[in-house]
Write a protein that binds this ligand. Structure first.
Ligand code: GLU
Length: 284
């Protein structure tokens, strides 16, 4: 068994991160497996070295260790670009110049007043650029994002194993069809208009490159897992077992965000909490 924790160094780790990291670490240790750390610093406009240093420090303090060197997404550009090029050449991928406002306008037009359908990343893309000249522009073209043509990419029936729980109690074998992938996920962005590879593609490539067998993470990523499973089949990569855990919420029931400094691990440390206190707070 190989598990991982994959934080983005864009803010302090909070209780929710501690839960993910400890759960993944404990799961590997209980099985005599290995726990790996991966720094998801693909977005170089938001990643900061001081947050990365704080992540190492907080995790060590929690009693977590991992083999070195740590995989860092910022060093994996060549691997990502090779896959982007391949997907494009094989027609699974098309250029899109729409901004958020264009997408909202196009998605709202057919059903005036009704909420446009949403997927894991927000409003489902209505396909505006598909089949246009923009669609033919290659990855790397400035201000052009690249989307997976889900209708081309998804085939047959998909399944993955969930040993935790989705937000509606989903667990066990989760199946979905290619038609459901089109309807629920739409044409997701795999290369952003700023040139960075999108999370969904990076996470699939990185989990495979690290040989991850069990992905432990928060329930907020349960719906996105379908995207990852479609990509794994398309790219000929194995599908790990998924374990989505409940989210840690604040007193008002809202899920914790990066800016929630009040629940930063560093803050609890300053206030004299012990690693066991943190374990108790997240229910481990
Ligand atoms: N880097 C993501 C985050 O910090 C985690 C992605 C994952 O676990 O798949 O939210």
């Amino acid at each position: 068994m190989i598990t991982r924790f994959a934080p983005s160094p864009t803010g302090p780790l909070h209780l929710g991160h501690a839960f993910s990291a400890l759960a993944a670490f404990d799961m590997a240790r209980a099985a005599g497996g290995q726990f790996l750390l991966r720094i998801e610093d693909i977005d170089q406009t938001r990643a900061r070295p001081e947050w990365e240093a704080q992540i190492y420090d907080d995790l060590h303090w929690l009693g977590i260790d991992w083999p070195e060197p740590v995989m860092r997404q910022s060093t994996r550009g060549a691997a990502y670009q090779a896959v982007l090029k391949d997907l494009f050449q094989n027609g699974f991928f098309y250029g899109c110049a729409c901004n958020r406002r264009d997408i909202l306008a196009a998605a709202s037009a057919p059903q005036e007043g009704a909420e446009p359908p949403a997927g894991p990343d927000g409003i489902l893309y209505p396909g505006t650029c598909r089949g246009t000249e923009i669609a033919l522009l290659p990855p790397g073209t400035p201000n052009v994002a690249h989307r997976l043509d889900m209708g081309q990419a998804a085939i047959g029936i998909y399944a993955f194993t969930e040993t935790g729980e989705g937000p509606n109690g989903e667990s066990g074998t989760i199946t979905f069809t290619a038609e459901e992938a089109v309807a629920l996920l739409g044409d997701v962005v795999l290369a952003r208009r700023d040139g960075f590879v999108a999370y969904h593609l990076a996470v699939v490539l990185d989990d495979a490159a690290q040989g991850i067998t069990h992905v432990v993470r928060g329930q907020d990523l349960f719906e996105a897992t379908r995207i990852h499973v479609v990509l794994q089949r398309l790219l000929g990569l194995p599908t790990p077992i998924y374990h989505h855990h409940r989210l840690i919420r604040d007193e008002a029931g809202k899920r914790l965000a990066k800016r929630d400094d009040a629940r930063a691990i560093a803050r609890y440390r300053e206030d004299g909490a012990s690693p066991d206190d943190i374990r108790r707070m997240v229910g481990l």
